[in-house]
Design a protein around this ligand. Structure first.
Ligand SMILES: Nc1ncnc2c1ncn2[C@@H]1O[C@H](COP(=O)(O)OP(=O)(O)OP(=O)(O)O)[C@@H](O)[C@H]1O
Ligand SMILES: [Mg+2]
Length: 263
């Protein structure tokens, strides 16, 4: 079992796109994946085709963290809305805007371990658990980092995107003992939304290997098709053969992740 937290202290850097599309790639490769939506924006939940139904309310990650008891997350895990045969290999711990209410519990003794406890036993049957973090280093990201075995960061190759990735990396280094997760480590930095012909992008792409030695993974180019799939809550594949190029980039990233995790 391997839990991977995906973060960056900069919004819009491609965290959720990486989470959803690597989940897609892993499921196509036959792996069972749990996506944990640790962001009150709930973008991963929506993009995977999940919607909260007020006429038939079901528990979400919000209730699982509030309880924080061992394995309670199993009661909130849902199937996703994609209509493909491999979609059944992706399950979701969905989120809602009221995940924000969990932040006020940060000062409660042991609160940082609530996701870890809630997942304990609940994600044993998955090959990989991907945790999509919000663009902050606050309590919700700390819950993810306390529960994860390893972390990945996205990096948009612009000054603010690189700074956000460095802050995420340094936060892990500085706080893993406080998070009661001394073995937590960053295993990769994924350049996202990379555009050619832009000086800033070329400059920062050249700097990344020195900032993240041995950790820079395959780059994801900026492609409108990724936005289209996100917008329509569809797997990339559903948008036809023009997605082949980008599907193979995410497949390569998924392979790298499996190698790193020996999964
Ligand atoms: N490689 C890409 N090419 C084009 N658009 C992309 C790419 N990656 C992500 N996007 C789009 O850019 C926007 C931001 O991406 P995404 O939501 O994945 O970032 P995020 O880091 O999760 O954001 P937040 O910090 O708000 O959670 C979305 O509209 C998404 O569809
Ligand atoms: Mg996001």
């Amino acid at each position: 079992m391997s839990r991977v937290a995906i973060g960056n202290n900069k919004g819009g850097s491609g965290k959720t796109a990486v989470t959803v599309n690597i989940a897609h790639a892993l499921a196509r490769a036959g792996k069972r994946v749990l996506v944990v939506d640790m962001d009150p924006q709930a973008n991963a939940s929506r993009r995977l085709g999940w919607a909260y139904d007020p006429t038939d309310p079901k528990p979400t990650l919000v209730e699982a963290i509030q309880a924080g008891t061992e394995g309670i997350a199993a009661h909130a895990i849902s199937t996703i809305g994609w209509q493909t045969e491999y979609a059944e290999r992706i399950h979701l711990l969905p989120s809602r805007f009221d995940l924000e209410n969990r932040v006020s519990e940060a000062a409660v003794l042991g609160a940082v371990s609530r996701l870890d406890r809630a997942l304990d036993g609940a994600d044993d049957k998955y090959d990989i658990t991907l945790i999509d973090c919000p663009p902050s280093l606050g309590h919700l990201t700390q819950l993810a980092l306390a529960a994860a075995n390893v972390a990945l960061c996205t990096v948009e190759p612009e000054r603010d995107g690189v700074d956000g990735a460095v802050r995420f990396r340094d936060f892990i280094e500085l706080n893993r003992l406080e998070l009661k997760n001394p073995d937590l480590r960053l295993i990769g930095a994924i350049p996202c939304r990379v555009r050619s012909g832009i000086n800033a992008h070329e400059h920062h792409m050249n700097q990344l290997p020195a900032l993240f030695p041995g950790l820079v993974w395959e780059s994801i180019p900026e492609r409108a098709i990724i936005k289209d799939a996100s917008d329509e809550a569809l797997p990339l594949e559903a948008l036809g053969s023009r997605t082949n190029e980008i599907i193979s980039v995410y497949a390569e990233l998924a392979n790298r992740l499996l190698q790193e995790l020996h999964a």
